[in-house]
Design a protein around this ligand. Structure first.
Ligand SMILES: Cc1cc2nc3c(=O)[nH]c(=O)nc-3n(C[C@H](O)[C@H](O)[C@H](O)COP(=O)(O)OP(=O)(O)OC[C@H]3O[C@@H](n4cnc5c(N)ncnc54)[C@H](O)[C@@H]3O)c2cc1C
Length: 642
């Protein structure tokens, strides 16, 4: 609930409203353009809404503001198919025939096109279909132009996590095929960009939960005792928080490493925190969302073993060895074990740069001039009007929702909806790089047990908001770079990572513009993980842009208002990236008995069996929400077709 009136929050200011309407207007223009190209001829298909959105004179999709990510309207067809109320009308055969059709233009779909072409040769004809008006799936780019400054941000996928653990195929794609120099990429991040201003992290305690709005910052090197003493908590809650971060107690004396991990795997982290650390409701309220970034649920539904493996606090005295729990082969530690070579492999638009590099190599003329290198990609402009060009061997067709895929006549027919029309293309093979749940509805030949396996997981809903500011003097004045908001809608907000790659340099002095990032993970504590994700998704889909906007302005004003922040004056634009279907579902030892089974018996492994000439990719098919797992899934699917 907002403490300030809409007027105080600047909700009436024209700039944001205009940007938001632009987003809607361009989508509508896309549909209008599509409708203007009726019929089945090849020339009709490039008129997809996405092509129109990035056409000459219109903003590029990454520059659209308002509600983005899985944007309004993008799942209408898919939901109608799911609910059995989709009426395709007459399906027009476009006459197009491809070697490969890929359903889903995220990292997995783009990588599948890449691996296929690598195996089949440059003449292979490939069509990539995606329901959204931009390519990259979760790997999404946000752009703002504030005055003369180009501001970039990751609208979804942040960075390449732990490449030392990647498969040779994933690593080879990034470093050899796309030429990304990982050690040099690491050096483009300015680690100390805010340190020289003396900025700190802080927690905002809000009036509704804590009696008054209070921003408490932690000084560098400050002890937990001193930090907690300034929080609006009772003695016992403070002591528990201090204990959480400093404990050296072994709560399971006499047990072996494996026995301790066995207990932790079956104990919700919240139970551990209450029973072993002695945390009460107030102490828990301050840190209960610490697990959301990785799993989308609070401490109530994360296994203590996973919390420990991911570096959450409270396990300092257990003396656990950094090896996986032998009872389940599926902890983050096992798969993402950092080595000295690892670090923050971050592009200014996150892994959208990977998607853009792939498109630049797959689709001729998708970027002007010669193929951009990894250092050129942040400022390279995509020619959206060239993505689906009849003269290209590889084409990307946006705003196209696939509703039927079936083996037919020795090949596969793929039907999709674009701008209200139902169209069909044919292919020798298909890679389903969309989500498992979607495949379960659009591939009618799947046997019932495979359908059930595909619907087992529930993707994690997340929302990443990006707020362009004209300057960040208020942050400098408050001496904070990141504010945790543990009992408000957003989990936290903060200043961006500062990078300089090629001719892109993120501005980073207080009087210059910047992009603030906020994240939230809707869920419903008390349920299983999968039910929490489903409940969170329903809530997310119902939330209008205005509600997100109000919560953004409110949180920032409460924290920074007394340091000079004026939301009406300072905010230049807002993009809310809604990922209702976010992270792939990862199995856990509290909710998924299959975790104790060999991998081939787990639902996600059953779900990825090919059906005739239809192979299954996407990070869902790995049950692992990472860029490299999306690439691994692509490689496996292409091998299935071969
Ligand atoms: C907010 C967020 C942050 C993340 N951060 C990181 C990170 O820092 N590091 C990391 O390694 N991983 C991260 N991940 C996970 C990583 O982004 C994903 O694992 C990976 O990008 C998934 O790629 P994908 O191609 O498998 O799926 P997606 O990116 O979801 O692509 C699937 C595509 O299929 C399309 N589609 C769905 N249905 C249809 C249909 N019927 N017809 C046509 N198209 C359809 C969708 O529109 C979508 O574009 C993050 C994910 C999210 C959501």
């Amino acid at each position: 609930m907002a403490r300030f009136s809409d007027r105080d929050l600047g909700m009436h200011r024209k700039i944001t409203r205009r940007d938001f309407l632009d987003g809607v207007a361009v989508g509508a223009a896309g549909l209008a353009a599509a409708a203007a190209f009726p019929g089945a001829a090849q020339a009709a298909t490039p008129a997809a809404a996405g092509a129109a959105a990035g056409g000459p004179g219109s903003p590029q999709p990454p520059a659209l503001t308002g509600l983005r990510g899985q944007q309004p309207g993008s799942f209408d067809v898919a939901h109608a198919v799911r609910d059995g109320r989709f009426e395709p009308g007459r399906v027009t055969d476009t006459g197009e025939s491809y070697d490969l059709v890929v359903v889903g233009g995220g990292i997995s779909g783009l990588a599948a096109a890449w691996f296929y072409r690598k195996a089949a040769g440059r003449k292979a004809r490939i069509l990539i279909l995606d329901a959204l008006d931009d390519f990259g799936g979760h790997a999404r780019r946000n752009e703002f132009q504030v005055g003369r400054h180009l501001l970039l941000s990751n609208g979804g996928t942040v960075y390449m996590d732990t490449p030392s653990s990647w498969s040779p195929q994933a690593l080879g794609l990034i470093t050899q095929d796309l030429g990304v120099d990982l050690p040099r990429l690491l050096s483009t991040v300015h680690d100390d960009a805010y340190g020289r201003y003396g900025l700190r992290s802080a927690t905002l305690f809000d009036q509704e939960r804590w009696g008054r709005d209070l921003l408490v910052a932690r000084e560098p090197g400050e002890s937990w005792e001193s930090y907690a003493a300034r929080m609006p908590l009772g003695e016992a809650s403070r002591a528990a928080l201090v204990r959480l971060y400093t404990t050296k107690e072994d709560f399971y004396p006499g047990l072996t490493d494996a026995q301790k991990k066995e207990i932790l795997a079956r104990t919700p982290y919240e139970s551990y925190l209450r029973e072993k650390i002695g945390m009460d409701d107030d102490a828990l309220a301050v840190m209960r969302r610490g697990t959301n970034g990785l799993w989308g649920v609070n401490v109530d539904r994360v296994a203590s073993a996973d919390a420990w493996a991911a570096g959450q606090p409270g396990f300092g005295g257990l003396g656990l060895e950094h090896t996986p729990w032998p009872g389940a082969g599926f902890t983050p530690l096992q798969i993402l074990k950092e080595t000295e070579q690892d670090g923050y492999f971050y592009f200014p638009d996150g892994n959208a740069s990977i998607a853009r590099l792939l498109v630049s190599r797959l689709v001729p003329h998708a970027f002007p001039g010669r193929e951009p290198g990894w250092q050129d990609i942040p400022t390279a402009r995509t020619r959206y009007d060239r993505l689906d060009h009849p003269g290209s061997t590889v084409r990307v067709r946006l705003s196209s929702t696939v509703f039927d895929v079936r083996n037919e006549g020795g090949g596969v027919s793929v039907s999709y909806s674009n701008g209200g029309r139902s169209l069909r293309v044919r292919a020798k093979g298909v890679v389903m790089a969309c989500w498992n749940s979607v495949s379960s509805y659009v591939v009618p030949e799947l046997p019932p047990e495979q359908v059930a396996a595909m619907r087992y997981g529930a993707k994690v809903p997340l929302v990443y908001a990006r707020v362009a500011l004209r300057d960040w003097r208020a942050f400098a004045h408050a001496r904070v770079s990141r504010v945790s908001t543990p009992t408000m809608y957003w989990n936290s907000f903060g200043l961006p990572t500062v990078t300089g790659i090629g001719d892109f340099e993120m501005p980073h002095s207080p009087e210059l513009p910047t992009v603030v990032s906020l994240s939230a993970t809707p869920n419903q504590p008390g349920l299983t993980c999968r039910e929490q994700h489903r409940a969170g998704r329903r809530a997310l889909i119902r939330t209008p842009f205005e509600d997100f906007e109000r919560e953004i302005r409110d949180a920032m004003t409460r924290a920074l208002g007394e340091h000079g922040f004026d939301p009406g004056r300072d905010i230049a634009g807002i993009t809310v990236n809604r990922w209702a279907h976010g992270y792939a579902y990862e199995y856990n030892s509290l909710d998924d008995p299959a975790i104790f089974e060999p991998e081939e018996r787990r639902p996600y492994a059953l779900a990825r069996r090919p059906v005739g000439r239809i192979a299954i990719a996407n990070s869902d098919s790995q049950a692992f929400a990472y860029t490299h797992s999306a690439i691994d899934a692509a490689y496996r699917a292409v091998e299935h077709l071969a």
